[in-house]
Design a protein around this ligand. Structure first.
Ligand code: NAP
Length: 283
C-alpha cells in the first residue's frame, strides 16, 4: 500500500518553525526582508511572485516588490540589483525568471550578492553545494530533502535515480542525495535504456517537464517516487511527470501533483531568506 507524501503538510510544519525564528529575530530588533524583482507581464511570473509575497507575510517576513516594465534593459536591472545588494533591510534577493529576451539573465543572476542569493543560483553558491558546505540550497531539491526527512525516508546506501540534469533541479538534487550517502545516477535525454536505469531506483526523482512521462514499467516495486514536474495535460489540468494513477500502486511513497513538491519550493525560499537574515544579523 503506497503512502502519499503530503507537501502541504510538510510545508506547513517547516513554515511554522520559520515563523518562530523570524519572531525571535524581530524581538532582537531585526526584521527579515525579501526583495522580489519581476520584469514584464508574464502572467505565470505574476502568480509566482504573489505566492512568494504571501509566503513572506505568512511567516512574518517583509517583502519588497520591484515591478519593472517589459522593456527594462540589463543595465537598468543590474543597477537595481546593486542597490538591493547594499540595502540592509534586504536579506534576500529573488529575480523571477524567465526575464524578457533582451536581458542578459546570467549577468543579472551573477550580480546578486552570494549572501543574498536565496534562490542559490549564483556560481559561488553552486560551488558550495558541490563541496557540501553551503548556506543556501536550491529551493526545489532542498524541499524534496525536507520531505524525505519528514517521512523518515533514509537515503543512505539507496539507489537514487534523478531524471533531468537542469541546474535548478536535476544537478543539485543529485548532489543533495549524494550528500546523504545515496548512490546516485543522473539521467537525461541522451540516456540509453532509461527504463532499465529507473527500474533500479529505490528513490526515483522525475524532473523532466513532460506530462505522464514516468510509467509503471519504469518503477521498481516499493520505490519512493518524487514528481517535480509541473505540466498541463491535454485537458489543461495541472499534472506531473509521473503517471500517478498507474504508478502509485508500485510505490512505498509517492508525491502527488499538485500538493507534493510544489508547496515546498516557496517554503525553502523562505528558509533561505531566514538563513540569510540570521547570517547578516550575526555580523
Ligand atoms: P528542464 O531545464 O527543461 O530540464 C529537463 C530535463 O529533462 C533535461 O535535463 C532533459 O535532458 C531531461 N529530459 C527531457 N526529455 C527526456 C527524456 N525523454 N528522457 C530523459 N530525460 C529527458 O526542466 P527543469 O527546470 O529541471 O524542470 C523540470 C520540471 O520540473 C518542469 O515540469 C518544471 O515545471 C518543474 N519544476 C517544478 C518546480 C516545483 O516547484 N514543483 C520547480 C522547478 C521546476 P537534456 O538535458 O538532455 O535536455
Amino acid at each position: 500500500m503506497f503512502k502519499i507524501i503530503d507537501g502541504k503538510e510538510v510545508a506547513a510544519s517547516v513554515r511554522e518553525s520559520i515563523k518562530k525564528e523570524v519572531e525571535v529575530l524581530e524581538k532582537d530588533g531585526k526584521k527579515t526582508g525579501l526583495a522580489v524583482i519581476i520584469v514584464g507581464n508574464n502572467p505565470a511570473s505574476r502568480v509566482y511572485v504573489n505566492n512568494k509575497k504571501k509566503g513572506c507575510a505568512e511567516v512574518g517576513m517583509e517583502s519588497f516588490e520591484y515591478a519593472l516594465p517589459e522593456e527594462t534593459t540589463t543595465d537598468e536591472l543590474l543597477e537595481l540589483v546593486e542597490k538591493l545588494n547594499n540595502d540592509t533591510a534586504v536579506d534576500g534577493i529573488l529575480c523571477q525568471l524567465p526575464l524578457p529576451k533582451q536581458i542578459d539573465e546570467k549577468k543579472v543572476l551573477n550580480a546578486i550578492a552570494p549572501n543574498k542569493d536565496v534562490d542559490a543560483f549564483h556560481p559561488v553558491n553552486t560551488g558550495h553545494i558541490m563541496i557540501g558546505d553551503h548556506s543556501f540550497l536550491p529551493c526545489t531539491p532542498a524541499g524534496i530533502m525536507e520531505m524525505l526527512k519528514y517521512y523518515n525516508i533514509s537515503v543512505e546506501g539507496k539507489e537514487c535515480v534523478v531524471i533531468g540534469r537542469s541546474n535548478i533541479v536535476g544537478k543539485p538534487m543529485a548532489m543533495l542525495l549524494l550528500g546523504q550517502n545515496g548512490t546516485v545516477t543522473i539521467c537525461h535525454s541522451r540516456t540509453k535504456n532509461l527504463k532499465e536505469v529507473t527500474r533500479r531506483a529505490d528513490i526515483l526523482v522525475a524532473a523532466v517537464g513532460k506530462a505522464y512521462f514516468v510509467t509503471e514499467d519504469m518503477v521498481k516495486d516499493g520505490a519512493v517516487v518524487i514528481d517535480v514536474g509541473m505540466n498541463r495535460n491535454a485537458e489543461g489540468k495541472l499534472c506531473g511527470d509521473v503517471d500517478f494513477d498507474k504508478v502509485k500502486d508500485k510505490c512505498s511513497f509517492i508525491t502527488p501533483v499538485p500538493g507534493g513538491v510544489g508547496p515546498m519550493t516557496i517554503t525553502m525560499l523562505l528558509k533561505n531568506t531566514l538563513t540569510a537574515s540570521k547570517e547578516h544579523f550575526n555580523k
